[in-house]
Design a protein around this ligand. Structure first.
Ligand SMILES: [Zn+2]
Length: 319
């Protein structure tokens, strides 16, 4: 690994990407990602239940920029070794609904009607699973990138989950809502700051709850700091009757690359070195305990375990 290049690609590297252009960068000539025939998947967890909800996926041409610290040829070889296409990557988006103690918790939100055409399916998949947006008691946000928060508000400004309390990491809120940081950000990053304000500013009093990463949200759901991908990203452990599920959010982008090679940095990691250390720490823990994990960008149904493989980990999807 070229260490100097790697460390140099921190916040400054992330600043070169335009979040909106990233999401709109689909490639018609490469075809469209295939949507699962059933877009939700239920898993029992003791007395609780966890349901993966597919919001869609984006197919992006694979270029030099996607993995910032590895040559494109190595990246393609890694994909080819798993019989995956090498000229594009599919990035899926999956939220998780947790039913625990009589309450419904939605972890991250997809795009609603704010994203590209191949996204915004969460609402239909929520309905297919048997729930309405009004049923959601709590929305829990891992971090403030647009693909995770935009689904809180429709394009017309209406709240998609009108009755839900919205739980956000305090550290993440402090960073993105800091006007001085927005002013100082390069032009390509400003849209991300404005997107956070579009969603979170003007919420009714008491609807927004800031939690301290590390704290329990309720008995049975614990947050943990997983900084690096963003300054305040948090992950969540759900426990019921001795069984555990960890929602790892964007500790890794697609696992075929960044679980197999945890030292590689996806272009979206804002502090690549911190994200790398977080990835190693979290995956070590998951692999050791064989914990059921869910990832926002894991291939649907987005549940599985991590097993040690080579210098990294192999994602084993649930059957
Ligand atoms: Zn993401």
């Amino acid at each position: 690994m070229d260490r100097r290049h790697f460390l140099g690609a921190g916040i400054a590297g992330a600043a070169t990407l335009t979040f909106s252009s990233v999401w709109s960068q689909s490639a018609a000539n490469l075809g469209a990602p295939v949507a699962p025939s059933v877009g939700f998947k239920r898993m029992k967890l003791g007395a609780a239940e966890v349901i993966a909800l597919h919001d869609g996926a984006l197919r992006r041409p694979l270029g030099e920029e996607f993995v910032r610290n590895a040559p494109l040829e190595q990246v393609k070889a890694m994909l080819a070794s798993q019989n995956l296409p090498t000229d594009y990557v599919d990035i899926p988006f999956n939220a998780f609904l947790v039913l625990l103690g009589g309450s419904k918790f939605l972890f991250d939100t997809g795009f609603a009607d704010n994203g590209p055409a191949s996204t915004g399916q969460l609402r239909a998949n929520l309905a297919a699973a048997g729930y309405k947006p009004e049923d959601i008691d709590h929305v829990v946000i891992s971090h403030f990138h647009g693909d995770h928060i935009n689904g809180l508000r429709a394009k017309d400004g209406g709240l998609v989950y009108p009755k839900a309390k919205i739980h956000v990491p305090k550290t993440e809120y402090a960073y993105w809502m800091d006007d001085a940081k927005m002013e100082a950000a390069p032009p390509a990053m400003k849209g991300a700051f404005q997107g956070v304000r579009r969603v979170l500013a003007g919420l009714p009093a008491g609807q927004l709850v800031q939690f301290e990463p590390g704290a329990d949200l309720v008995p049975g759901i614990t947050s943990s700091a997983a900084y690096g991908h963003t300054p305040g990203m948090s992950i969540f452990t759900v426990k019921s009757e001795g069984q555990s599920f960890v929602y790892v959010a964007d500790v890794t982008n697609i696992p075929s690359l960044f679980a197999r090679a945890p030292d590689w940095a996806v272009q979206f990691d804002m502090d690549a070195e911190m994200a790398r250390q977080t990835r190693r720490r979290v995956f070590d823990m998951l692999a050791k305990d064989k914990t059921l994990a869910g990832g926002y960008h894991f291939p649907f149904p987005a549940f599985g375990t991590l097993e040690p493989a080579g210098n990294g980990y192999q994602f084993k999807p649930v059957a």
